[in-house]
Design a protein. Structure first.
Length: 192
């Protein structure tokens, strides 16, 4: 075997738990793992060894965001995980599918990815579908009484007035322009 008569080796005494941990970490450092195999391995470390994502990242030599992104793949519906496992979509496509707010949206995105859509095209589709789902943003409805009070006080003082509040408290803002105008306002309010 390569002409060697001796092979360097390290022999360690390990408990069963340490042995399992060592084997799992060594397995996770292989290059031929699928993204889901990798994610499941990280999850196993977290669940069986009580590792944090940071500890997993240190153990396998990858960044914490890489660990987080891998674990997110496990949140995909089973059929989409299967598409990823079979190589029908990429891990980049799969991560983008997580930005869809509904499983139907994810499935539509997965279908588009399988048909050749780029990750950028999927991002645009997710944005469009998510906006449709939310609908237009409605302005908060103003309290009718506050609106009437604002008009009445504004007309009485002949000034711009703003009234805002809730059931328990509110504010009344009256515009003025400089000290002299403030003196006139206070006079109009019979405070001077």
């Amino acid at each position: 075997m390569a002409g060697l008569t001796e092979v360097p080796a390290v022999i360690r005494e390990m408990t069963d738990a340490e042995e399992m941990l060592f084997a799992l970490i060594e397995n996770l450092q292989r290059e031929d793992l699928t993204p889901l195999e990798e994610a499941r391995g990280y999850r196993t470390l977290i669940e069986t060894q009580d590792f944090t994502q940071e500890e997993v990242s240190q153990a396998v030599g990858k960044s914490r965001p890489a660990i987080t992104n891998a674990l997110r793949l496990l949140n995909l519906p089973e059929d989409i995980q299967q598409m990823l496992e079979n190589g029908e979509i990429t891990a980049g496509h799969a991560r983008t599918l997580l930005s869809f707010k509904t499983e139907d949206g994810m499935r539509l995105g997965a279908k588009k990815a399988k048909e050749g859509a780029s990750v950028r095209e999927l991002e645009a589709l997710a944005k469009r579908l998510n906006e449709e789902k939310e609908g237009p943003v409605k302005a908060p409805r103003k309290n009718q009484y506050y609106e009437e009070a604002q008009l009445a006080v504004g007309e009485y003082l002949n000034r711009k007035v703003k009234v805002a509040g809730s059931k328990k408290k509110g504010t009344l803002q009256i515009e003025f322009y400089g000290e002299e105008d403030l003196q006139n306002l206070l006079h109009d309010l019979h405070m001077n």
